[in-house]
Design a protein around this ligand. Structure first.
Ligand SMILES: [Zn+2]
Length: 393
């Protein structure tokens, strides 16, 4: 099999701690070699060995592909009118999710599949090389199952979120719905999923319901993750740590105790700045998490209601400007942090043996991702050594 040498890299982010060049393990004037879809050599251009093929990146920069550990891509329709109304002063309401549930149930498999493919393509264009996606707009056995079956054709990180909200037909009978999710619905969905998730929040599922759902998922060999502390400082983080969830997501309202719990756990804190942006809500302060030593990830939360973006560079810029991330912390969280939130060892780093998933930036360094907000700097996106997106610029 051919080896390919990429050379002329002005700045290479490796996330390799052993290099002792800061959080991002940056190498200047770098090169890397890929072989059989994996990284086989990393170092400076001047030290690079020969390879079968050589490509000069002419002063561009390279970083690990973004890992989007939180997205909701299986749905139909959009909610642009609701967004406009909200920006006009109307408050965010749960009624919106029901609009998407109705549209999703009415859509054909082909329509749903095309929508996932369209959004995945957008993600690749924004430098994302791995994404997770959830169900959660079917909310009955048939539509949750097909949501996961379709999602599993696009990514290996598929999450069963039957417990997104209580559907209209179960209004006032939340416990009956929890029983359905933990029973027949889980049995039907588990074969297509790797993860189980629940929206633990006032107005969605409380601590006891969320715990029952996650434990049922664990029984069925799914790994737990959770939507926690988005709208209030409830018991979501406590549950996440208790059940060793891979990640607790949103975390817009955290007590000092929550932060302590996260710092002493294997649970990643995933922040979703697109949600605060799109609902005009206050941003959480990530510096509290970093100061305590919590592992932090950044994700898009792409969904039609509260964060309709597939752009990780946009999320990085928001995290730096609004959530008190340093640029380096934001880049690390969107790459290595995401990999940790998905408990993946094969991605998130540019190091020997890792999957050759990386992004080429039309910029001299990674800083430009936050420094030049809204500007498309993605020159090329490479997954397993194969270029799947290349800009025409
Ligand atoms: Zn979500």
């Amino acid at each position: 099999m051919n080896s390919v040498l990429y050379t002329g890299i002005q700045s290479l982010v490796t996330n390799d701690e052993s290099l002792e060049s800061g959080l991002l393990g940056e190498i200047k004037n770098a090169a890397l070699i890929i072989e059989n879809g994996h990284i086989s050599w990393v170092g400076t251009s001047s030290a690079a060995p020969e390879a079968d093929q050589s490509i000069s990146l002419e002063g561009k920069s390279v970083l690990p592909g973004f890992v989007d550990s939180h997205a909701h891509l299986v749905f139909a329709g959009d909610r642009a009118a609701e967004f406009s109304a909200r920006m006009n002063g109307e408050s965010y309401s749960a009624g919106g999710i029901r609009t998407t549930v109705a549209a999703t149930r009415a859509a054909s498999d082909i329509e749903l599949d095309e929508n996932i493919a369209r959004l995945a393509t957008e993600m690749y264009r924004s430098g994302i090389t791995t994404f997770e996606t959830k169900s959660g707009y079917g909310l009955n056995l048939v539509d949750e199952t097909r949501s996961l079956r379709l999602a599993s054709q696009h990514t290996e990180d598929v999450t069963f979120l039957g417990a997104h909200v209580v559907p209209e037909e179960f209004s006032g009978r939340a416990d009956d719905y929890v029983n359905l999710v933990c029973g027949e619905m889980l049995d039907s969905c588990a074969p297509y999923a790797k993860w189980i998730d629940v929206f633990c929040e006032l107005g969605a599922f409380d601590y006891d319901q969320a715990k029952a759902i996650l434990l049922a998922g664990i029984e069925s060999n799914l790994q737990p993750r959770i939507h926690a502390n988005q709208l209030s400082a409830g018991r979501g983080v406590e549950l996440a740590v208790e059940l060793d969830c891979a990640s607790a997501d949103h975390l817009s309202h955290l007590t000092d105790k929550d932060i302590d719990l996260l710092a002493n756990s294997g649970t990643v804190a995933t922040l979703l700045p697109g949600a605060e942006f799109s609902t005009r809500s206050p941003y959480p302060d990530a510096s509290r998490l970093f100061a305590a030593g919590v592992t932090v990830a950044l994700a898009t939360d792409c969904n039609p209601g509260s964060s309709y973006t597939t752009s990780m560079p946009f999320c990085i810029a928001l995290a730096v400007r609004e959530m008190k991330f340093s640029v380096e912390q934001a880049i690390w969280s969107a790459t290595m942090g995401g990999a940790k939130a998905l408990r993946r060892e094969d991605i998130g780093q540019i190091a020997v043996g890792k999957s050759a998933d990386f992004v080429v930036l039309d910029a001299p360094s990674y800083q430009h991702l936050a420094y030049r907000p809204g500007v498309d700097l993605i020159n090329q996106t490479v997954i397993s050594g194969t270029s799947i997106y290349r800009s025409n610029k």
